[in-house]
Design a protein around this ligand. Structure first.
Ligand code: APR
Ligand code: PHB
Length: 393
């Protein structure tokens, strides 16, 4: 086989890239390790920055989002013993964000790929990247195995969109890669429940630990609570989950939380991770393949979209005008936005969680940070700008 761009991974980054490249007249083949059913069943965050919404709209991917998604004007922060406050992105910036589950985006992307006959090879194994180091005369290609058959795909570029555990990042020599990592001493238990959500996305800092109430639709809520890293799912039956969740919210909000059937539960650790550079020769990394953020602030999908925006623009410029300047600048441009969101999600994680090893000093400083945020219009405006998302360069 032969194509212009081999895209490894059919998560949001890989499928969105194939869609935008197609609109630029650039052809691609997507390789996916799992089955389509598996990819479509994953539940992740659901807050879309206004720039993400714009990218989806500009590329004909927003029809369902514009009907089923829920625009929000801001988010709420609460903590034990004090009144909550609303960080208003609409009035401070004139920008709203959209609550629309990543599972739905993944469905929309697969449907769009089907409509245009995009080659997506699923359940492939043994993906190996070859001759992509940019040496003069080198012609990149990717090999893999599908249904027992060995495949070779010749290409001009490789896009590594294969998530944190993928093969692409690890194919860059260790002497070139620089990795930055922070692992947090707790995880999040995430629960989907068929109950009416609270009106606002609400983040809570409580002595019992962090909690978050989020939104899917009028009858579907997503909740999270901070749990110990070694906690197991079977330690969290519904009879334990609901009272623990409510105990972390201020009383009047706890009263408004409806209990009901839970339809999914999972525990995930929290980590910040960045691998630099995001380009090596003909290989370009996008999304979780290059960076991970803790879910506080829901930046993961938004960063995947901004990487894809920059890479598709750069490849469009190369194929349209023979101009490589945006490709050459890809890593630096993408990383500026990555670090901005890495910083925001690290800040929110530090602000809102209870850290097992916090000293009395750390605790006081955290509480005063929250007091400052609550009382300062300027501090809220800075957070609102980060939360709703910065414009693209
Ligand atoms: N070969 C082929 N495909 C692979 C390989 C491999 N060796 N390794 C991983 N994959 C596939 C995975 O099965 C997955 O479907 O790559 C895909 C990567 O998708 P995501 O993990 O969803 O990553 P990304 O597209 O960058 O999306 C980032 O997803 O994890 C969330 O919070 C994150 O919201 C963010 C978004
Ligand atoms: C979610 O809706 O799943 C969600 C919302 C906000 C976050 C993380 C997750 O910060």
């Amino acid at each position: 086989m032969k194509t212009q761009v081999v895209i490894i991974g059919s998560g949001p980054a890989g499928l969105l890239l194939s869609e935008i490249l197609h609109r630029h007249g650039v052809e691609s083949v997507v390789l996916e390790r799992s089955s389509r059913e598996h990819v479509l069943s994953r539940i992740r965050a659901g807050v879309l920055e206004s720039t993400t919404v714009d990218v989806l709209r500009q590329n004909g991917l927003a029809a369902r989002m514009d009907v089923e998604g829920h625009p929000h004007d801001g988010m709420r922060i609460a903590w034990a013993g004090r009144d909550s406050f609303f960080v208003d992105t609409a009035s401070t910036l004139g920008r709203r964000f959209m609550v629309y589950g990543q599972t739905s985006i993944q469905e929309d992307l697969y449907a769009a790929a089907d409509r245009r006959g995009q080659p997506v090879l699923t359940e492939v194994s043994d993906v190996v990247l070859h001759d992509f180091d940019g040496a003069p005369g080198a012609r990149p290609f990717v090999t893999c195995v599908q249904q027992g058959q060995a495949l070779r795909i010749d290409c001009e570029f490789i896009a590594g969109c294969d998530g944190f555990h993928g093969v692409s990042r690890r194919s860059i020599p260790e002497t070139v890669r620089r990795e930055y990592e922070k692992v947090y001493p707790f995880g999040w238990l995430g629960v989907m429940a068929r109950v009416k959500p609270l009106p606002d996305i609400t983040y809570v800092n409580n002595p019992r630990g962090f909690a978050l109430a989020s939104y899917r639709n009028e009858k579907l809520s997503r909740f999270y609570i901070q749990v110990a890293l070694d906690d197991q799912l079977d330690a969290w039956p519904d009879e334990r989950f609901w009272p623990e969740l409510k105990s972390r919210f201020p009383a009047e909000m706890a009263q408004a939380i409806e209990e009901g059937p839970t339809i999914e539960k999972s525990i995930a650790p929290l980590r910040s991770f960045v691998s630099e550079p995001m380009r090596y020769g003909a290989l370009y990394l996008c999304g979780d393949a290059a960076h991970i953020v803790p879910p506080t602030g829901a930046k993961g999908l938004n960063l995947a979209v901004s990487d894809v925006y920059y890479l598709s623009r750069a490849l469009g410029r190369w194929y349209g005008k023979g101009d490589a300047s945006l490709l050459d600048g890809y890593s630096e441009t993408a990383l500026r936005r990555v670090w901005s969101s890495v910083r925001t999600s690290w800040y929110l994680t530090n602000l809102l969680h209870r850290f097992p090893h916090f000293s009395a000093f750390d605790q006081k400083a955290q509480e005063h940070e929250l007091d400052y945020l609550k009382s300062s219009h300027f501090a809220q405006a800075a957070l609102a700008e980060q939360y709703a998302g910065l414009p693209f360069e």
